[in-house]
Design a protein around this ligand. Structure first.
Ligand SMILES: [Fe+2]
Length: 211
């Protein structure tokens, strides 16, 4: 995607049907082509005419949203966050079946959560605990600790100084067509398509960047 305005909707890094049977093709098409596209369009519309903000990166806009003029502040949070969160979510999945390829991250998860089973259970509980729309995240805090956190609507953990490693979108549009209102079933299916190689790459980058 562009570094700055006008932002564009990057193509999925896999085919729309790549995550079948866990996440269905129609959901992926609508989620990427319509929901994410709408956030991109609304973000660009918000920035139209704000020349001094048009060379700002997405992260800079999100991190400094509270300092922006009130008339665009909430729209930048909602739509900038919507773009950031969705791209992160889509990039964090694949059909590579990489569950056993988490490398350094695998060891860190064992250290911080005790076992893979307890990690998945805690992640599932966290994702189920989101009331209404939002996300559950695996993040790295500034002490190099892994944590599970939630965010409401299109809030992002980067504004809390947390480094995101993996996320599940639990807005109903992410799962309603296939899973109806069964969020737990969707979470179980999402576990099957998490790209742990990608998550490990992010984890390694954060760790090496902090050294
Ligand atoms: Fe979404």
């Amino acid at each position: 995607m562009n570094e700055h305005y006008p932002f564009v909707n990057p193509p999925l890094p896999y085919a729309y049907n790549a995550l079948e049977p866990f996440i269905d093709t129609k959901t992926m098409c609508l989620h990427h082509d319509r929901h994410l596209q709408t956030y991109v369009d609304n973000l660009n519309e918000t920035l139209k005419g704000w020349d001094d903000l048009q060379d700002w990166s997405l992260e800079k806009l999100i991190l400094n949203a509270d300092c922006l003029p009130e008339v665009i502040r909430q729209s930048i949070k909602n739509n900038g966050g919507g773009v950031y969160n969705h791209i992160f979510y889509f990039n964090g999945m694949s059909d590579l079946r990489s569950r056993n390829n988490a490398g350094m991250l695998f060891s860190a998860i064992l250290d911080d959560f005790g076992s893979i089973d307890s990690f998945f259970q805690e992640f599932k509980d966290k994702a189920l605990s989101v009331f209404g729309s939002g996300y559950a995240w695996l993040v790295l805090d500034r002490n190099h600790g892994l944590k599970l956190v939630t965010s409401a609507n299109q809030d992002t953990p980067i504004v809390k100084n947390l480094c995101p490693i993996a996320t599940i979108d639990v807005w109903e549009h992410a799962y309603y067509l296939k899973h109806y209102n069964q969020r737990a079933a969707y979470i179980e299916d999402w576990f099957q398509v998490v790209d742990w190689c990608y998550a490990n790459k992010l984890y390694r980058n954060y760790i090496s960047g902090c050294e």
